[in-house]
Design a protein around this ligand. Structure first.
Ligand SMILES: *[C@@H]1O[C@H](CO)[C@@H](O)[C@H](O)[C@H]1NC(C)=O
Length: 329
């Protein structure tokens, strides 16, 4: 009798409660737009796995010509096959892109420009996360280098294509995948020197995600009067990525998934987690909306630090210096 009660209450708290919560209070947001993207050109970075791949797949299913830009060409080819297997009409192209190398970013932009004149949507999705310290090919701390600087450079090099695509009624879009982790960036600003010396390791990811939003803020102010919008976002916290980022060891990962099964269930699937990426890229409600932080398919508020104009300008200057680009667009 008492065993039945124990088993019963465990079942309720462990399985029924999370299921009910996810169906009600924590219902994952969904992009409800059925907009078509026929004739539009889209580029998604880091689209070989996870949210990037699901985003690319969704945009391709809407008729867009999709470019997936990844570091590992073999994995990118597998992603392309996967997208084609569920939609044989998908128009998917591959580009090689190592965001930790400015040379590679330049090559990628050139390769894109050889094939396309215009770009309607750029999804800066690729993200690097590690607890260790490393430098990019150009000698910049890797989180800031890959997550911010590589995307800064790519976006600026592709700006003429974005400009060509945008019209008054249908502006081209830059979507920057940041993270709620930007709020964990301790201190109000990017600590360039400490990052560079490897003194803010556990915080480096958060700092780079704060940089993503400062980039959105400053770029938005320069884009006034052009037919281009830029927004930053937090994607859903996804099972695969969460456990990969925090518990990078497979055995531990599996054990934790079983132990924390109710928590695990509360995290999102890749389809659920990529909805804000898709919403930011396509939704009619966001037409003309720029400089915002999006979360759960809604406009949300980033941290105070992410709205600091001086810090945004400082990051812009630093990025121009590192890439040799002029301050003005
Ligand atoms: C914005 O698009 C309109 C067409 O809708 C075009 O006439 C105008 O020149 C564009 N503006 C810029 C700054 O490119």
């Amino acid at each position: 009798m008492s065993l039945a009660i124990i088993v019963g209450s465990l079942t309720v708290s462990w399985f029924v409660v999370p299921v009910l919560l996810k169906l009600t209070v924590f219902k994952p947001a969904k992009c409800r737009s059925s907009v078509r993207l026929d004739g539009k050109v889209v580029l998604v970075t880091g689209a070989n796995t996870g949210l990037g791949k699901v985003t690319a797949k969704d945009l391709a299913s809407r008729g867009a010509v999709v470019y997936i830009a990844c570091r590992d060409v073999t994995k990118a080819e597998a992603a392309k096959r996967d997208i084609l297997s569920s939609n044989s009409a998908a128009q998917v192209n591959l580009l090689k892109l190592d965001l930790g190398s400015l040379r590679s970013v330049r090559d990628c932009a050139d390769a894109f420009k050889q094939r396309e004149e215009k770009l309607d949507v750029l999804v800066a999705n690729a993200g690097f996360g590690s607890l260790g310290f490393s430098l990019t090919e150009d000698g910049v701390e890797s989180h800031l280098g890959v997550n911010h600087l590589g995307h800064f450079y790519l976006t600026r090099l592709l700006l003429p294509c974005l400009e060509k695509a945008g019209t008054d009624a249908s502006k081209s879009r830059i979507v920057v995948v940041s993270s709620v982790a930007h709020k964990m960036a301790r201190g109000p600003m990017i600590q360039y020197e400490k990052l560079q010396k490897g003194e803010v390791r556990r915080n480096a990811y958060g700092q780079s995600k704060l940089a993503n939003l400062l980039f959105v803020k400053y770029f938005d102010s320069l884009l006034a009067g052009r037919n281009i919008t830029i927004n930053g976002l937090h994607p859903g916290t996804v099972k695969t990525e969460f456990f990969r980022n925090y518990f990078p060891y497979r055995l531990l990962n599996t054990m934790l998934s079983i132990l924390c099964i109710s928590f695990y269930y509360m995290l999102l699937t890749e389809e659920e987690g990529s909805q804000t990426n898709i919403w930011a890229s396509v939704s009619e409600e966001l037409e003309g909306v720029s400089g915002k932080y999006l979360k759960g398919c809604k406009i949300s508020s980033p941290s105070v630090a992410a709205q600091n104009v001086k810090e945004a300008e400082k990051l812009w200057k630093w990025s121009c210096e590192k890439t040799g680009l002029p301050h003005e667009l």
